[in-house]
Design a protein around this ligand. Structure first.
Ligand code: IVH
Length: 498
């Protein structure tokens, strides 16, 4: 069939519909039609494009799959530099920031736009007449890399803006990141294929966005959330940051779903605490809150210092990942005899608490990490999860680092260790003969979900077993007042002597 005007019109209409539904689905998490209907539209468009390849254009929704690999990235100069942010490490520094602003612009109370600080990487995407033309990384803030082909594969970056009132030229800025679910799945796949896992979602996002082969980027679950603009031509910005984000959303771009407008720095602290509580439930990683003076007229008055705006600040959460030294590895025996290597660390603050131990799970994990005693390691502690060793900083390895070896015998009772075929866990064969297993079995018996014995905590069980007063759970019921009151005295003595 020859290419008719009717076909051209059909193709344009299909693209418009698919683009619209893509945006509802990916950007607004609010699909209007079932997946099957969407697939039908997409297949219809693909059929037309297969028959009339001359109709394929870069803004077609079929063109998100990546293109031929590049030899190197070109450069893109940011006409308006991409800035960084000053930090507030605690509440006091946030109140200082607010006081300074109020003084500089002579106001009693400032309205702030607040949103989580996403842990990804900044990019700038340029639209001309609503069509995505280029995308660049931040680079040094003045010149970035041309990652247009890769940006095209990210579903929350429209290839074409929706609505009618978008500016003739719009440079939109935001953070590209990898949601946690996609990050975990990617790492599983990487490990299955014998590759090296990404240490965190930020590294995974950066590695994915900086691929010369955009087909690889296309297979990675990246997203973008917008938090600013660069060059704008043919439109005037709204009066406030919050209205600007709504304005960008009306074109199909995504703003932070958590964003809020707050009056004064006390409200900022409340917002910080609210998001900190929610942090573990969010589908992506954040490392703080960004507050921006909401009114653009006030932003203009405040201006910049060196490379950061005076009107914005990042209030950081305590770091969830830090570096420290792994002094030694000790092997712990669990209730079922499982031997778990535990890293003894130089104490360090992570996620707001001091940590001196981290689990290494099993010998396979030690091998996967390639960790040795004496190494500098990266430790992660998120929420209530026990601290983990994420990776080794290999170039800081000391000359006298030591290989970690599995002991031949149970470190507590000297019984043989067994490793059933095909399993990663090594176990002590001592059963209740092993003091460690005995203690853990009694602790388990007394625990809240089992007998829920009030006042019988881990320390007391350790003490009772050490004193040879009990050997198994049933012995608990033979304990008399004398033994216990004796113990109590010992307990209080040792508490006083600390
Ligand atoms: S505003 C002029 N808002 O943080 C201010 N930045 O430390 C420009 N970031 O380079 C940035 N989430 O990569 C802003 N909601 C947010 C952000 C955010 C993450 C990153 C961004 C920036 C870095 C500065």
């Amino acid at each position: 069939m020859p290419l008719t005007e009717k076909i051209k019109k059909d193709v344009a209409s299909l693209r418009e519909q698919i683009n619209y539904h893509n945006i509802q689905y990916y950007t607004f998490d609010n699909p209007e039609i079932p997946d099957g209907e969407y697939d039908k539209l997409l297949r219809e468009l693909q059929k037309y494009e297969a028959e009339y390849p001359e109709l394929i254009s870069l803004d077609s929704p079929t063109q998100r799959v990546g293109a031929e690999p590049l030899k190197a990235f070109g450069e893109i100069t940011h006409a308006i530099p991409m800035l960084s942010l000053g930090n507030a490490m605690n509440e006091e520094e946030l109140h200082d920031f607010d006081r300074k602003i109020k003084k500089l612009i002579d106001e009693d109370e400032i309205e702030y736009a607040a949103e989580p600080k996403l842990d990804g990487l900044a990019i700038s995407v340029r639209y001309e007449n609503g069509i995505l033309v280029t995308a660049a990384t931040r680079g040094d803030g003045k010149v970035g890399e041309n990652i247009t082909q890769n940006a095209r594969t990210i579903n929350t970056i429209p290839l074409k803006l929706i609505g009618k009132n978008f500016p003739a030229v719009l440079e939109v800025r935001g953070e590209v990141f990898m949601p946690l679910s996609g990050f975990h799945k990617l790492n599983e796949d990487v490990l299955k294929n014998g590759g090296k896992a990404f240490a965190n979602p930020r590294n995974a996002a950066a590695g994915s966005l900086r691929q010369l082969d955009s087909r690889i980027t296309s297979s990675r679950p990246l997203e973008m959330i917008c938090y600013g603009v660069g060059v704008i031509e043919g439109a005037t910005l709204p009066d406030t940051y919050s209205e600007m984000i709504d304005w960008l959303q009306s074109f199909g771009l995504k703003g932070s779903p958590e964003r809020a407008v707050l009056k004064g720095s006390e409200a900022c602290v409340d917002y910080y605490n609210k998001i900190a509580k929610k942090r573990e439930q969010l589908p992506y990683e954040i490392d703080g809150i960004v507050y921006k003076v909401n009114r653009f007229a006030q932003q203009k008055e405040l201006g910049f210092i060196s490379r950061a705006p005076r009107w914005a600040i990042a209030h950081k959460f305590p770091a969830q990942e830090v570096m420290t030294t792994l002094h030694a590895v000790e092997f712990q025996v669990g209730r079922t005899g499982a031997i778990t290597p535990v890293a003894r660390l130089e104490p360090v603050e992570v996620g707001g608490v001091i940590v001196s131990n981290a689990t290494l799970h099993n010998m396979d994990e030690i091998q996967r990490l390639g960790v040795r005693e004496g190494d500098t390691v990266i430790i992660r502690r998120a929420g209530d999860v026990i601290p983990q060793v994420v990776s080794v900083v290999e170039n800081l390895r000391p000359e006298d680092s030591k290989k970690i070896l599995m002991p031949d015998h149970c470190p507590v009772c000297q019984s043989d260790l067994i490793k059933p075929e095909g399993q990663t866990v090594v176990r002590c064969s001592g059963g209740l003969y092993c003091e460690a297993q005995r203690k853990e079995a009694i602790k388990h018996f007394a625990s809240r979900k089992a007998m829920n014995i009030d006042g019988l905590g881990d320390k007391l069980v350790d003490q009772l077993v050490d004193e040879n007063l009990i050997n198994n759970p049933s012995d608990l019921y033979k304990l008399g007042v004398d033994e216990l009151s004796n113990l109590e005295r010992m307990g209080s003595k040792s508490a006083n002597s600390q």
